[in-house]
Structure formats: C-alpha cells, structure tokens
Design a protein around this ligand. Structure first.
Ligand SMILES: [Zn+2]
Length: 664
C-alpha cells in the first residue's frame, strides 16, 4: 500500500468512528484507541503535506483563526416560517392549501429546535461551505468553525446528488451547556444566558479551536437544490440520513391535521426529556410537487407552518416605566422589571408597545405582572395581577414630551405610536438614521458599528449619513478606543459602500414604510433617484404594490429641502443612486405588461432562474392563475389543478423553449 493509500485508509476509518459515535451514538472503539489513530494520522499528514485534504478528520480540532467572516449570498433563500398557535390556525392553513393543490395532502411533523440556523453546501460529497442564516438572503461563512462539529459529515456516503445545500440547526445540548457554565462560574466569569445564543455565538468565534471545545451538535432536516431526485420531504429526511447526516428521529409522516395535533400534544410534554431545547413543531406539506405548486409568499413558504408550544410565563414586579426614542422618532414605552427567570433567560425588561396597550391592560408602576416570551426578543407583559395592587397605586400618565430632547410629542390620527417631531435635533433620531444607513441590509459599512456612530455624532463630526463621506482618518483617530488600524478600516469601509447597489441605498435613506422589498420595487421601476423625486403621489400609487401610505411617505420625504440636500450630497460623493449600467444592460422591457405563472420542473433553467428572467425582462411573476395571467410557463409535471384552471380561463400555456424564444 502506498503512503497515500495508507493515509486515506486511516481517514476513512476515523470518519466511520466519528459517524458511529456522534451521529449514531454507538461507539465501536474506545476514546483512547480513537485518539491514538488520530495521532498516527496527524504524524503521517505532517510528514506528507502533499496529501493534504481540507476535509481530513485531523482538522476537526480546529486551530484556524478567522478575523472577518465573509458574507455569502444563499443560492436559495432561507425563509422563515409562518407561526400558528391553535387548531383553528392549522385548519385555516389546510383550507388555504386545498384551494391551491389537488389531491390528498399528507404532512411531515418535525420538532423545531431552538439553535442557530445553518446552511451547508456539499459538492461531490464534500463539505464546501457552511453559512449562517443571516437575514435569510445572505449570511456569514463559518466553515472553519462548523468543520469542528463532529456530527457534521465532511465527506458523504451513498448516492448523494452532485451538488446541494442542506439546512438545519446547530444546537448546544442542555448537559454540555450546564457544564460550560459550571466551568465559567468556577473561573469567576459570568455564566452564559441560554443555549441558543451560546450556540450562535460559538459559530462566530475567531479561533476555531475554541469552537472545537464546545459540545455543539448539528441537526439537519431540509434539502435545497435543483433536481435532487426526491419526491417528498419525508423521503429527503431518510436520504439525508443515509448520506451520513444527523437527522432527528422524531419526525413523523401524517395524513391529517388531527394527527398533526396528536404529534404536537405528545411532544409538548415529551420534549422535556430531549437533550436539546425545542420550541414547537414544524409541519410541512410532504409532497414536493405540491410544495412547488404552493410556492412562497414574500416572507414564508405556503407549504410549511410552525406550531409554537405555549410560551412559559413568569410573575414579577414592574419597577419603572421608561421611554425610548427610535430612529423615526417613535416612542416605545419599556417596563423595567425585577429580574426574573423565564424560559432559560433572566428577564429585566419588557416592551409595552404604546400608550393604548398600557391603558388597555391598565399597567402601572409597582404592579405585579405576568411576563411571557413569544417569538420576540424582548418579552411582553400579558396581564396584571390586580389582587396584588396597592390601593395607593396611580394610573400611568403617558409622557407628553420627548425624554431625549424635550419637544412636545405628536400622535397622528389613527396611529398608536407617539412621535417626537424634532427630526433634525433629537439625538437618538440623528444617530438612529445613520445607524440604519450603515446597517447590513442597507449600505453594510464594514468597520463602523452603532456605538461608533453615536460617538461620531456626540463629537460633532457627523450629523447625517452624507457626512460620513467627508470623514478623514485624522478626525477619527483621536476617538475613544480607535486605533490606527481600525480608523483605516472605517474609512475604507465607507469608501467601499459607494459600490452598494441603488436599491439598498434607497432602503438606507430611511424613508418611512420603505422597507427592503419596497425599495427594490421602486428602484426597479424608476431606475434613478431623480425619477423617484420627480414622481407624483398618483404616479407612485400606480407602481405595482405601492400603496397610498408608502406613496405619501415618499413624497413627504422628498418634499423636505434638507432631504433633497442630503441626496445631492450623496450623489456628489459617488454613492449609487441609480441602477448600474451592467444591470440595465441585462434588463429589457420585452415582457412589459405581461403576467406569468410558472409551474412544473424545467430542463434548461431552474424555476428561480426562470422567474428572474421574467422580471429582468419587465414581466411580472404571479403564483396563481387568474384572468390577468398572460401565459403559464409549464414544465414537466405541471400541477393538474393549474392546468384545469388555465384551460378554463383560456390562458395560453407555453413551454420552457417557447418562453426562451419570447425573450430572444
Ligand atoms: Zn426628541
């Protein structure tokens, strides 16, 4: 046997042992024997660096240091799921499904693990990349850290597809978490708050050998990719298991919502016996063809639903109500609580939303209150224990002036929130707008954080986001905790932001109601900021999916002289305020005014590519057939209900090739 063959043989043995131990939980050799073999391999690899393999079991121990985690765009978006809380919610969901697909619907029920979401990319059976969920569109490349998690296979077994992504959750089992905390407390450090945050923090450690020391586990349950040769979610779980992934065994295939509820009720109790935190059940339409037909809303798949276990409650005392001012001037009342343990974390604050909410629940300082943690990061107060209220208690008087700048608050008709109208003079608004501008989904300025923004404003170096582009290194260096290197990074990050595409700059401007999606729509429709500024309210409303509220807000923003000056300043600094020439070159108006429905499986382009082609050529993609549909582009296995509907309405059905000819 050659040296290379020997090395590969030991690698293969160690891989199998890893799998037995960490995935199957059934070791066949002792830890000592394993360590000896690993050592032997390490020595051989050191002597023969020519046989280096980035996926060798020796690299599980980590050691590589990552300073900055690269941002990677997910090839397929990682959607979040819609939530349901009752049988009625689930039955409503089923009704919606049955309107859109034909035939029987079966469901897979899977436990919803509370960890850090991850997407793993495999090519030719090897782990290529591991990326955090991030905002669902893009995340951080944490491959070096994920490779140290022993239950993540670095090489696959069996008949895996050439290329695919698999999604799941990185979790920290209770036991390992408790042990980590014991060690920290013994060392005089603060214990970690909860397993979920600790798991996601572990993925962002710079030193991968530190990640390797943490008892993380990786549970996988969702395949993504084109042409995987799989026809149902349940089958995909079984396949993934065969390829060597740790796929939870609790999943069940059921045929009705009643059976879904049985699964929910069973696990609402039994989950306490599991080694990991779970917070609900994920229910998916099992048949992938039906999933395709159902498609997605802008936020979530129509074919999946999360059912949340009932949140845990805690009782505590409300010490004080304080008020926060956001970047739009919106005032948020906050309840400062006597610290209390709730679902594994210490809760000190709860959101009170607005004046109406306080009045409705009659919440007062010194009350005893019930606190609940839903999906939100900040817990909320659900009710007051009136039996414990002191008879001297005074009803809460909502503030009438801004806690930060003293300006009288306003409340527009029909709105729940109070606002501080001092847009250009109220410090948290000034800082908040700039923080929004530099945030990840907007200009994503590397090397500049929220705290530095606050400092720059406080020192009088900037008062708006356009000022960022006039900052010099000399101005920045004297700031607290600012070294030469970080000053360089900051200036460089600001320069680089001039390459960020128009739609994200438009989002970054901070126009009320103009979120990411709306910004994209406006950028695509108008192509330049000048065109948007020139558009009347009526014209704006005529843009697809732009309502009156958004149109008014856009007009209001650009009617302001100071905002117009801001935009001019951004323009003079070379920030992208129009769609780039490259992008325009790929776009045509060929399909203008035409609406397409895409159904089935395609040969030459993927479904997503097809949809992009439609949009790039000025067409609109819709998920359901109506009289407004111009064409249905049908691939193999087009859904029978869609076919029937198209025929009934007399909509022309075209093939993939027909479509490609249309845009030739
Ligand atoms: Zn104010």
């Amino acid at each position: 046997m050659s040296i290379e063959q020997q090395i590969n043989k030991i690698r293969e043995e160690l891989r199998q042992h890893n799998y037995n131990y960490y995935v199957l939980d059934a070791a066949t050799i002792s830890d000592y024997e394993f360590d000896m073999k690993l050592k032997e391999l390490q020595e051989m690899e050191e002597k023969h660096p020519e046989f280096y393999d980035p996926n060798s079991p020796t690299l599980r121990v980590g050691g590589e240091v990552t300073k900055n985690f690269n941002t990677v765009v997910h090839e397929q978006r990682m959607y979040s799921l819609d939530n349901s809380y009752s049988k009625e919610d689930l039955l409503d969901w089923e009704t919606r499904i049955k309107k859109l697909v034909d035939g029987d619907v079966s469901y897979t029920c899977e436990l919803k693990y509370d960890g850090a979401s991850i997407s793993l990319t495999y090519e030719n059976g090897e782990l290529i990349r591991a990326v955090t969920r991030g905002d669902g569109i893009q995340g951080d490349d944490v491959t070096t850290n994920v490779k140290t998690i022993k239950s993540v296979p670095l090489k696959l077994k069996g008949d895996y597809p050439v290329k695919f992504d698999i999604r799941g959750e990185i979790v920290l089992p209770y036991e390992g978490f408790a042990k980590m905390n014991q060690e920290r407390v013994a060392a005089g450090e603060e214990p970690y708050a909860n397993p979920r945050n600790t798991a996601s923090g572990s993925l962002k450690l710079q030193d991968s050998s530190e990640t390797a020391k943490r008892p993380l586990d990786c549970l996988l349950y969702n395949l993504a990719g084109d042409r995987l040769g799989i026809s149902s979610q349940y089958e995909s779980l079984e396949k993934a298991r065969q390829w060597g992934f740790k796929v939870p065994q609790e999943s069940r295939l059921v045929n009705s919502i009643d059976e879904v509820l049985e699964f929910v009720n069973l696990w609402d109790q039994k989950r306490r016996e599991l080694p990991y935190e779970t917070d609900g059940v994920v229910i998916k339409v099992n048949n992938l063809q039906q999933q395709e037909e159902l498609g997605f809303t802008s936020k979530a798949p129509r074919w999946a639903m999360a059912y949340k276990f009932k949140a845990e409650q805690a009782v505590t005392k409300l010490n004080e109500i304080t008020y926060q001012v956001g970047r739009t001037g919106a005032i948020t009342p906050v309840a400062n609580l006597e610290p209390v343990q709730l679902a594994g974390t210490t809760v000190k604050r709860a959101s009170l939303h607005n004046a109406d909410q306080i009045q409705k629940l009659d919440i007062r300082e010194n009350d005893t209150v019930f606190v609940e943690k839903g999906g939100e990061i900040i817990p909320k107060i659900v009710s007051v224990d009136f039996t414990k209220r002191d008879h001297n208690s005074i009803p809460t008087q909502y503030i009438s002036s801004c806690p930060e700048c003293g300006t009288d608050l306003i409340r527009k008709e029909g709105e729940a929130q109070h606002y501080c109208p001092n847009i250009y003079g109220c410090p948290p608004q000034i800082v908040g707008r700039i923080q929004h501008y530099i945030s990840r989904k907007a200009l994503d300025i590397e090397g500049l954080g929220g705290e530095t923004v606050a400092l720059l404003v406080k020192e009088g170096l900037i008062t708006n986001y356009a000022d960022l582009y006039e900052l010099t290194k000399e101005q920045v260096i004297p700031l607290e905790r600012m070294a030469e290197k970080s000053a360089d990074n900051l200036i460089e990050g600001i320069l680089k932001s001039k390459e960020i595409p128009f739609e994200r700059v438009l989002f970054g401007l901070g126009i009320r109601y103009v979120g990411e999606t709306v910004a994209k729509k406006l950028a695509k429709h108008y192509k330049t900021i000048d065109a948007i500024i020139a558009a009347t309210e009526e014209e704006l409303v005529n843009v697809d999916e732009i309502g009156i509220k958004i149109a008014q807000s856009v007009r209001e923003f650009f009617n302001s002289e100071s905002n117009k000056t801001l935009v001019e300043k951004l323009l003079s600094h070379g920030v992208q305020l129009q769609i780039s020439a490259d992008k325009l070159a790929n776009q045509t108006e060929t399909l203008k005014g035409q609406t397409f429905v895409v159904s089935g499986v395609f040969e030459k382009v993927s479904r997503n590519e097809l949809k992009k082609l439609i949009e790039d050529n000025g067409g609109k993609v819709s998920s359901s057939i109506s009289s407004k549909t111009t064409y249905v582009v049908a691939g193999a296995n087009m859904g029978p209900s869609k076919l029937e509907k198209a025929n009934k309405l007399g909509i022309v059905i075209i093939s993939e090739d027909d479509f490609l000819n249309l845009i030739e």
